[in-house]
Design a protein around this ligand. Structure first.
Ligand code: TYD
Ligand code: MG
Length: 463
């Protein structure tokens, strides 16, 4: 007998009974019925035993990656597209997902191996895609366009064309005729993706799924989608800025946390190798509350400007607010500053911003956030050519961070003359001999200042 399950379309939770409100995520009117197959019993007696092999005896299959020939995208993918792999790319509407994938598709189609790339568009007509392709120079005879929504016909088309790469734009518009639910619902998204991914693994082509992002910033549809694919990358950036950041949040074939930086122009997305320069471009000179942080994004060093604003509060509880860094961490650092340096911040609001829309998620930003606050509070600018990094503990001690050499090198490359760094990182950076290894015309002396406590850092920076 067929059984039913009630699935929340918002969070994907499964329930035995229908109800008006999902007990898990508390959303209303989001539970819909889904028919599941008759319960199977005695499963063990039906299957046949599979061979289990020692891990050491497994032959390594070579996975030649296909470069997309877009350097920033390749970096995020961990070197290129892996055949048979599934990639999910998420992002706000209008951020540039279709543009990026069309550019990548054209480059792949034009590669020496003469690959066929199948671009399936469910949102735009093929004329619209062609128009965009013409504008951004992404036309090639090996790039095939299909306008389709039904997963059954998509699968048949794929298996007939036998492309090496398939792009589905977007997974939310893909529907299966076998399901009665509307496009974009959890069961549609999940079942269509499962069929497409399974087909890709069988035939060995790479599949790229485009996914929309909800208001809350997560991929619309069930979380299971993120588990089904091999890599999840997000395309971020705000509309006010021309630059966009591609970020790998999961990657089975490469490092997660890697980023690629692009700029949206008239002729599509342009990769930006020198991202630090971009993030520092609008930096005002000699303004209090601004410092330059040398942070790491994946394996890549990046210099960003950390800004702080401190103003007397009008609230009973002063505000601690942050854009681009964790607000809870800022609240903690504010308390450290109050206790260890004695700034009376309980009467002040604290605002922290990473300029240019960048996001920093590592403790190595602590020292920069704190120094920006001290500089803002004392209304004294930090000298322009100083960069810094370091984690700060609750007693105000400055702790070492990972990859100090790469950070120092990036600072030197961008012409910084001073680097404030944790005492325990000093030796490593000194040994790396950064200046001696640079091109003679790039060499500017990078003076290292090792600090072990917050008070010491504030003294060195603002005297
Ligand atoms: P698009 O790739 O359609 O976004 P998504 O697929 O993520 O929804 O990008 C659309 C936006 O990009 C649109 O606002 C116009 C802008 N754009 C440019 O500025 N230059 C270009 O060359 C292209 C193709 C788009
Ligand atoms: Mg699109």
């Amino acid at each position: 007998m067929a059984k039913s399950l009630y699935v929340c379309q918002s969070c994907g939770a499964e329930h035995r009974k229908w109800s008006g409100q999902c007990p898990d995520c508390r959303q209303w009117n989001c539970i819909s019925e889904q028919v599941i197959e008759a319960a199977t019993t005695k499963l063990a007696s039906r299957g046949k035993a599979l061979p289990a092999e020692p891990i050491t005896a497994i032959q390594q299959g070579s996975t030649p990656r296909r470069s997309t020939r877009i350097e920033e995208l390749d970096r995020v993918l961990g070197g290129g597209l892996v055949p048979g792999s599934a990639l999910l790319i998420g992002g706000d509407p209008g951020i540039g997902k279709s543009t990026l994938l069309l550019q990548a598709a054209a480059k792949l189609a034009a590669s020496e191996k003469r690959e066929q790339v199948l671009y399936i568009t469910g949102e735009e007509s093929i004329q619209q895609v062609h128009m965009r392709g013409e504008r951004i120079g992404a036309l090639h005879e090996n790039l095939l366009l299909v306008s389709a929504c039904e997963v059954e016909s998509i699968l048949t088309t794929i298996n007939q064309v036998k492309p090496t790469t398939v792009i589905i734009d977007s997974i939310q518009t893909t529907v299966s005729a076998a399901l009665s639910s509307a496009p974009g619902t959890v069961s549609q998204v999940r079942d269509c993706s499962a069929a497409l991914i399974k087909n890709a693994k069988q035939h060995g082509h790479a599949i790229i799924l485009v996914g929309h992002v909800t208001k809350e910033g997560t991929l619309a549809g069930p979380r299971v989608l993120e588990h089904m694919v091999d890599a999840v990358i997000y395309f971020e950036g705000d509309r006010g800025h021309a630059h966009r950041i591609l970020r790998a949040v999961k990657n089975r074939f490469g490092p997660a946390g890697e980023i690629g930086v692009f700029e949206m122009s008239d002729c599509g997305l342009i990769g930006i190798r020198d991202a630090s320069r971009l993030f520092l471009a609008e930096r005002a000179k000699d303004t209090p509350g601004s410092v330059v942080l040398a942070c790491m994004e994946g394996t890549r060093p990046l210099l960003v400007e950390v800004q702080a604003l401190i103003a007397p509060t009008v609230y009973a509880t002063p505000k601690r607010s942050a854009v681009g860094v964790d607000t809870a961490r800022v609240a903690m650092l504010t308390a450290v500053l109050e206790r260890r340096i004695g700034l009376p911040l309980s009467q002040h609001d604290v605002y922290i911003n990473i300029a240019g829309g960048a996001r920093v998620n590592e403790p190595a930003a602590d020292l920069a956030v704190l120094m920006a606050m001290v500089s803002a509070y004392q209304d004294r600018p930090v000298p322009e050519k100083i960069a810094l990094f370091g984690e700060v503990g609750l007693t105000g001690e400055i702790r070492p961070v990972a990859q100090p050499e790469a950070r120092a090198k990036e600072a030197a490359n961008l012409g910084f003359t001073h680097l404030l760094l944790p005492g325990e990182n000093h030796e490593r950076v000194q040994k790396a001999n950064i200046i001696a290894n640079m091109r003679p015309d790039q060499q500017t002396a990078l003076q290292l200042s090792a600090v072990r406590h917050l008070t010491e850092a504030a003294q060195k920076l603002l005297n």
